[in-house]
Design a protein around this ligand. Structure first.
Ligand code: ADP
Length: 502
């Protein structure tokens, strides 16, 4: 029944108004009654004392019956709602104006009488009504002067009290049903009308507020179904929670769209990678199989030198196959990492010398001058030494590979502020401008390269990934025909001692 937010809000609103209405009616009834009593008591405050002044009701402890009769009669004429009682000093009822047999009490409580005589400001003061055993009413009271004196004093107690009940039974019968009052009826009607109008206004307002939520919900539903998000009907730049929700939802939808696009891109890349991998594996594998089959077929007829040549080619293919597989594995491992395994301070100058040493023979064979020029005083670098070694190897290997005989390859290290700058320069073929942005991609091989089977296009991708894991990147500049300049930076382990070049 209360499944929608609107129904819940409406129920709460109606409930609150009902509660408020009931409270208001009850408080009006009680307040009006008390107010009437207060006014009554206030207006008639002096009634008892003026009556007592008029006649001498008691002399020397005895009731003056005649005077009392006159007072009773006088009052019956002026206001029949009033009842008069004569009390002794202890509150016992001595005489009364009410019809005989209607008085149910023998005495009344003196405390309210004392409060009244002390002129308490708290009105109405309710005193015992002798005509009801547990009823209380507003009254007026006066002390009767003590024996032989005209006014009561502190030392001599009064002979008794003249106790006047103001709202008698008849009066109550007239005043009790407040609904009889025209003014009250009108005010109640006005109150009900205000409550109803406010309720209607509240319901309309809630409807409008929840309407915006409903429209947002339906838009979200549509987004869930077909992934499209239309803009809100009102383009108000609101600041309330619903507008915020709307904005946040829109942001979330954009983010989801972005992620879906990224996922699609990654998926396309993955598919391309699988295609490349299978192609790159298939080529050397097919060549390998071709040579081996030829060897098998012509086992007895092949001259030994040819056999040897076939075997050597097959071995070369199997080697490049092995290298490709291990490079792929290396790249996959690097890609799954968030950071290098461990960073340590190491001497970059020593590492550069060691790596160039490894390539010295190959360079001599190619007749390329390989130079390493690290300065003798250099702070330690901070990085993973095995990984940085791999980067240097890949860069020097490429430089040698793409530099023809007579050229040179130079590896240098410089200190720049807190970092160490490594450069690998060659005077080789250079890289075509259209290839430059893509040479770090997996499997990308430049068109103006050396024989294809030499590299799988993974070397630079691996080097770049390693630098990324170190928080840096490799940069390249190249002039086709003149050579290439690769460089990267490593942070220096500032606290580490200076290293000597090896
Ligand atoms: P590969 O195994 O083919 O060398 P890399 O990822 O190492 O793969 O390099 C990608 C491409 O970048 C190479 O095919 C080549 O065209 C180009 N390249 C890399 N280094 C050099 C260089 N020093 N001089 C000229 N071209 C280079």
């Amino acid at each position: 029944m209360f499944r929608t937010l609107y129904a819940k809000l409406a129920a709460v609103l109606l409930g609150l108004f009902l509660l408020f209405g009931l409270f208001h009616v009850a408080s009006t009834v009680v307040t009006t009654r008390l107010y009437l009593q207060e006014v009554d008591q206030h207006v008639n405050r002096e009634l008892a004392s003026s009556l007592a002044k008029e006649e001498i009701l008691m002399t020397n402890g005895r009731i003056n019956r005649k005077a009392l009769e006159r007072v009773f009669h006088q009052l019956m004429v002026i206001n029949p709602a009033i009842e008069v009682y004569l009390l002794d000093p202890t509150g016992r009822i001595l005489a009364f104006s009410a019809p005989p047999g209607t008085v149910k009490r023998e005495r009344v409580d003196l405390q309210p009488i004392r409060d009244f005589l002390a002129r308490s400001r708290r009105m109405p003061i309710l005193g015992d009504d002798p005509r009801g055993s547990d009823r209380q009413k507003v009254f007026s009271v006066a002390e009767l002067p003590p024996r032989g004196s005209a006014r009561p004093t502190a030392s001599t107690p009064p002979q008794g009290f003249l106790y006047v009940i103001l709202g008698s039974e008849k009066y109550e019968a007239e005043a009790a049903p407040l609904r009889g009052s025209y003014v009250l009826r009108q005010s109640a009607r006005a109150g009900i009308a205000v409550v109803i109008l406010t309720c209607i206004a509240g319901l309309v307002l809630f409807r409008a507020l929840t309407g915006r939520l409903r429209s947002l919900t339906s838009r979200v539903e549509r987004f869930t179904k077909d992934g499209t998000l239309e803009s809100a009907a009102t383009s108000s730049i609101g600041r309330d929670e619903i507008d915020q929700l709307d904005r946040e939802f829109r942001r979330m939808a954009d983010r989801i769209g972005e992620q879906v696009r990224e996922l699609k891109e990654t998926d396309a890349l993955r598919r391309e990678l699988v295609a490349n991998v299978s192609h790159d594996l298939r080529t050397p594998l097919a060549a390998l199989r071709g040579y081996l089959e030829t060897l098998l077929l012509k086992e007895g007829t092949l001259p030994p030198e040819k056999r040897r040549a076939y075997l050597e080619t097959a071995a070369r293919h199997s080697e490049s196959l092995g290298q490709l597989v291990s490079e792929l594995f290396e790249l996959a491992t690097l890609n799954s990492r968030e950071a290098p395994p461990e960073l340590e301070p190491f001497s970059l100058a020593e590492l550069v010398s060691d790596v160039t040493q490894k390539f010295r023979l190959a360079a001599e064979r190619k007749r390329v001058a390989l130079r390493a020029t690290p300065p003798t005083e250099l702070p330690f670098a901070l990085g993973n030494i095995a990984m940085i070694e791999r980067v240097l190897e890949n860069l020097i290997d490429n430089a040698l590979r793409y530099t023809p005989a007579g050229g040179s390859v130079t590896v240098s290290v410089e200190q720049a502020d807190e970092t160490l700058l490594v450069k690998v320069l060659d005077t080789g073929t250079g890289i075509a401008a259209e290839d430059l942005p893509r040479i770090f991609d997996r499997f990308y091989r430049g068109r103006s390269g050396e024989p294809k089977e030499d590299g799988a296009g993974l070397g630079l991708a691996i080097a770049q990934r390693i630098l990324e894991l170190h928080g840096g990147r490799i940069e390249v500049e190249s002039t086709p025909g003149a050579g290439s300049r690769f460089r990267f930076q490593l942070s220096s382990a500032a606290a580490a001692p200076a290293a000597k070049a090896g």
